[in-house]
Design a binder for this molecule. Structure first.
Ligand SMILES: Nc1ncnc2c1ncn2[C@@H]1O[C@H](COP(=O)(O)OP(=O)(O)OP(=O)(O)O)[C@@H](O)[C@H]1O
Length: 621
């Protein structure tokens, strides 16, 4: 949470609201980013979530309410176990730290909060906020018992008084040169009021609280115009302010809590600490601790809230619902985070997804009667664990710049005092002042409304931009696919041309072959005649010996082949080659015939005759 209180104590007539000298660093104050700080900026840190389960109240113990929560502090687990009728609930939730009903305020502070306070003293902004159902111990955890009569802290002292003591003790032990301021505000029914402002009316029954306007500077930081900052010099000063502010908080008696807080409260400690000087330049670091006690989420039926109280509870639930929506949007990395939907989320903006280190203390009741609300709190808190913040140390200020600002501030205050003394300022009638104030308020609300609309439009524009970008990406993909297709088509066309060429070649060859075949067919009758004459000589006349067969074959073949080659006009070279083959075949015939004689004569004779008869045809192709 990073909000800037406007420190003008005297808001109203004739007073120029003075800017806070320290809180909004001006551009010229920004120092060149060191490598370390750049690294730091890149660091993302999850929101730390701590679970605290309160003990059963006396009434709950008396009425023997079953306990449904068991906490394992070592394993950082909370187990919800319950069975009613056919319904069985058995769920385990893990958190950064878990504190059971017996956990003491001191151990919670030392284990979970003390390291955060240490970060504040290092110049970071940190937020601790308690969230949970009504009556589960948020105020007890944050405030607890304030102080004993002697000024010591009691055992029930909560996070705020312990943090205050811790800060003072550490700075005193370091003998540090520091200055500390606190603010305390309340957010009730979407109205921010100052809990530290002196009451406008002396009548205790008419407790008019000073309204605070929630605005934004151009850099997204929330500015609280009219919120008083009290300078404090000791822990006791702070306790006194805390007690004063707490007593003004709106509380009510409900069925679930005798002193139920009906508002959200934010207690902020800002500390400026002088650093060891480097050469002539003296630097001042600024740490901020926001301690937030949220109003409890409430089941209106169970809390027994009626009429005004019910409306109040409705407002509380509405703002907590927006907080839930912001958490969901952050966890789901949505493009639009609905911070502007409630003042609570606007106040907590920097603590959720911003530059602040944040710790959420989720408080639950162990009672079976609160099971539904407990499960809701556990789911809520479990989800919040995934929120990432980018903590950044606050800009260090140089002492010279700080002094210049203080002088300017002093001059302004002097002028105001002079004007008041000399009655030299602007004086207007009370009625007119009230009217102008109402007008101003209406204008502020209108601006807020316009800002909301602008935000919505911006989010729509951003959605359209995203859509346009995705469409553009798709178009690029389609274009690249088209290019690939064109390239493929070109290569296929080329292949087709090659195939056509091949086809033409094949057709030409086929035609040539057909021509040869037709020529052969013309000579086919002669072949048949030669074959027949041979068959007559080999089979019909009959060969009385193998020698005779060979002789007949050779003569027959020579004669038929010579006739055939004559017809085919085959070159002499080819003819002589054929003769060579024929003679070697004949010799082979004789050799084979000799081996197989006498039984295989007729078979070999048939074989050789068919083989030799086909040979010229084979040679042709
Ligand atoms: N851990 C605890 N140990 C002892 N008592 C506790 C503890 N937590 C809460 N209580 C007691 O329970 C009661 C309700 O606590 P508290 O008012 O802090 O609840 P709350 O969550 O702030 O409620 P609401 O949202 O209504 O303000 C108080 O009487 C308080 O003392």
């Amino acid at each position: 949470m990073s909000f800037t209180p406007d420190v003008s104590r005297k808001s109203g007539v004739g007073v120029i609201p003075s800017p806070a000298p320290f809180f909004t660093p001006r551009p010229e104050r920004r120092r060149t980013d060191s490598f370390a700080s750049r690294l730091e900026r890149d660091k993302e840190v999850n929101v730390q979530v701590i679970l605290r389960c309160r003990p059963l109240t006396e009434e709950e113990q008396k009425s023997n309410v079953p306990r449904v929560i068991s906490c394992n502090e070592l394993r950082k687990e909370a187990n919800v176990l319950h069975s009613v009728a056919n319904k069985q609930v058995d769920r385990v939730f893990t958190f950064d730290k878990v504190f059971g009903p017996k956990a003491q305020q001191r151990s919670i502070y030392e284990q979970a909060i003390s390291p955060i306070v240490h970060e504040v003293l290092e110049g970071f902004s940190c937020t601790v906020f308690a969230y949970g159902q009504t009556g589960t111990g948020k105020t007890y955890t944050m405030e607890g018992g304030m102080r004993n009569k002697g000024g010591d802290l009691p055992a029930e002292a909560g996070v705020i008084p312990r943090a205050v003591r811790h800060i003072f003790e550490t700075l005193e032990a370091q003998n540090a040169d520091y200055n500390m301021k606190v603010t305390f505000l309340e957010l009730y029914n979407e109205e921010v009021t100052d809990l530290l402002a002196q009451d406008a009316s002396s009548d205790d029954n008419v407790k008019q609280k000073k309204p605070v306007s929630l605005m934004e500077d151009g850099k997204g930081c929330v500015v609280l115009r009219g919120l008083e900052e009290e300078v404090v010099y000791s822990a006791n000063d702070i306790y006194a302010l805390l007690e004063r502010g707490s007593s003004k908080r709106r509380t009510a008696d409900t069925l679930l809590n005798k002193r139920s807080s009906r508002s959200h409260s934010v207690f902020t400690i800002t500390v400026h600490i002088k650093e060891e000087s480097l050469g002539d330049e003296e630097l001042i670091k600024c740490g901020k601790l926001n301690l937030v006690d949220l109003a409890g989420s409430e089941n209106i039926l169970r809390s027994g809230s009626r009429d005004g109280r019910a409306r109040e509870a409705g407002e509380i639930n509405k703002s907590l619902l927006t907080l839930g929506r912001v958490i969901n949007a952050l966890v789901e990395h949505s493009s639009h985070i609905p911070y502007r939907d409630s003042k609570l989320t606007r106040l907590l903006r920097d603590s959720l997804g911003g530059k602040t280190k944040t710790c959420i203390i989720a408080t639950i009741s162990p009672s079976a009667h609160s099971l539904e609300e407990t499960l809701s709190t556990l789911d809520y808190a479990y989800r919040a664990k995934n929120i990432k913040n980018k903590p950044e140390a606050n800009q260090k200020l140089s002492k010279a710049v700080l002094l210049k600002d203080l002088y300017l501030e002093l001059e302004r205050v002097k002028e105001d005092v002079r004007a008041a003394r000399d009655r030299n300022g602007i004086y207007i009638a009370q009625q007119r002042y009230a009217e102008e104030e109402a007008e101003k308020k209406a204008r502020i609300e209108r601006i807020e409304q316009l800002e909301n609309d602008l935000n919505l439009t911006e989010s729509e524009v951003s959605n359209f931009r995203d859509l346009y970008m995705t469409e553009k990406e798709k178009l690029l993909d389609v274009e690249s696919d088209l290019k690939d297709c064109k390239r493929n088509l070109d290569s296929k066309n080329k292949e087709l041309l090659d195939l056509k060429e091949n086809y033409i070649q094949v057709i030409t060859k086929l035609n040539e072959r057909e021509a040869i075949i037709s020529r052969m067919k013309a000579s086919g009758d002669l072949n048949v005649w030669i074959r027949r004459s041979f068959v007559v000589r080999a089979n019909g006349v009959g060969c009385d010996s193998f020698g005779h067969l060979v002789f007949c074959s050779i003569v027959s073949f020579l004669s038929s082949s010579l006739v055939f080659f004559g017809l085919q006009r085959i070159s002499f070279h080819r003819c002589s080659r054929l003769l060579e083959v024929l003679s070697s075949s004949a010799i082979l015939c004789i050799a084979v015939g000799r081996i197989e004689l006498p039984s295989s004569i007729s078979r070999s004779r048939h074989f050789f005759s068919s083989y030799l008869l086909d040979l010229p045809t084979k040679m042709m192709f």
